[in-house]
Design a protein around this ligand. Structure first.
Ligand code: TRP
Length: 371
């Protein structure tokens, strides 16, 4: 299947090296990893494993930081459905950055985005998922003193005066080219990227002091920032920097689902799935790189590169040694596909049950996070 990566559609088996060239981002290399490590002491597994694989202007952020000019973090989530474990990847990393660099985070919930872009999402649905999705973000343990939620329709008074300044400097033809829109696209969608640009400099406006911005996000969001990075300096603010991750593949594997999708329940694991559902989904649907018969598998070994359980463990098993052992045993044939699935089920269930506890607790704290 030919792959496609836009902010509203991701499909096929994605070649991330090719994306680096196509999008014009820089690869995360060992040099920049060492530079990060100087400040963080250790590297998050997502960095060690190049799950965060690309960036724009990260050296600028570190230059400023080293001069004592702290940055703020900006990321977001457009409510459109329940949160799945793939959504958590950039947020988990953002939380790590917040802790390591001791910086503020502005988290945008553009509650109009998916309402505008999806035919089948009503306004009430968007508002329901907004509440639900905030719980998942809070459950990850962000510090309420350093974290501010921006909700587009609730903070319109702050966002709109800045969004028009951005919008005035972006033409329809730029938006068409960057996002593949046409004359039939609704006008709310055409305007939307201006709203996503604003939190990248809003803290500078609110604090009347220019503050550098670092945006951790999944690579599909890059077109937004490619466009707004040209505009924001014209408004007198720093050009925002970004660090980008690849996608957690869906249950049916890289070929079929290069990115987990919430609209296909059988390919996603939701943060609210119970232990039995997690187990059933993985056992039933997780694409296996194992061989057809035990005999053959023992002889030839499995292929972790295409095996969803192994691929997911790369995201969720922090221990490099454990992961390496699994890799060796799976490729040698010692570890069977069912056994590998069992390891993933155990890891993921423990993580999600803990998340669900914190998620329940989060409800009473929502107001502490809203700007
Ligand atoms: N467009 C993103 C989504 O579809 C939401 C979002 C808003 C975002 N601002 C962001 C994502 C900044 C990453 C970084 O969910």
């Amino acid at each position: 299947m030919e792959s496609k990566v836009t902010p509203w559609e991701v499909k096929g088996n994605i070649d991330y090296d090719k994306l680096i060239k196509e999008f014009g981002v820089s690869a995360i290399d060992d040099k920049i990893l060492q530079r990060i490590k100087k400040h963080t002491k250790e590297l998050h597994p997502f960095l060690r494993r190049k799950i965060f694989f690309a960036h724009r202007d990260l050296n600028f952020i570190l230059d400023q930081y080293e001069k004592g000019n702290k940055f703020f973090l900006y990321t977001g989530r457009a409510p459109s459905g329940p949160v799945h474990i793939g959504h958590l990847v950039p947020w988990l990393f953002t939380k790590w950055l917040q802790d390591k660099f001791d910086v503020e985070l502005y988290f945008q919930f553009p509650d109009e985005e998916k309402y505008l872009f999806k035919d089948n999402l009503g306004w009430e649905d968007s508002q329901k998922y907004l509440q639900e999705n905030m719980l998942d973000v809070i459950a990850l343990g962000f510090d309420p003193k350093k974290t501010k939620f921006i909700i587009d329709t609730q903070h319109a008074n702050l966002l709109y005066p800045e969004a028009i300044k951005v919008a005035k400097r972006i033409t329809f033809s730029t938006v068409k080219a960057a996002f593949g829109m046409s004359n039939e696209t609704n006008i709310g969608s055409i305007f939307y990227t201006a709203m996503q640009a604003v939190p990248a400099f809003l803290p500078s406006v609110l604090k009347k002091k220019e503050i550098p911005c670092l945006i951790p996000h999944a690579i599909d969001q890059d077109p937004h920032f490619r466009v707004s990075r040209d505009v924001i300096p014209k408004l007198g603010h720093y050009k925002p920097a970004s660090i980008q991750c690849r996608f957690l593949p869906g249950l049916r594997g890289l070929e079929e689902d290069g990115k987990m999708s919430s609209s296909e329940a059988a390919t996603a694991i939701y943060t609210t799935d119970d232990a039995k559902t997690i187990k059933n989904k993985i056992n039933k649907h997780a694409f296996s790189g194992g061989k057809d018969t035990v005999e053959e598998h023992r002889k030839l070994g499995g292929n972790p590169e295409i095996d969803v359980s192994y691929q997911w463990l790369m995201f969720f098993e922090e221990d490099d040694k454990k992961l390496e052992k699994i890799y060796k045993e799976y490729t040698s044939g010692k570890l069977l596909s069912g056994e590998l699935k069992a390891l993933l089920i155990e890891k993921l269930t423990a993580f999600l049950l803990e998340h669900q506890k914190k998620r329940k607790d989060a409800a009473k704290n929502i107001s502490k996070f809203i700007l």
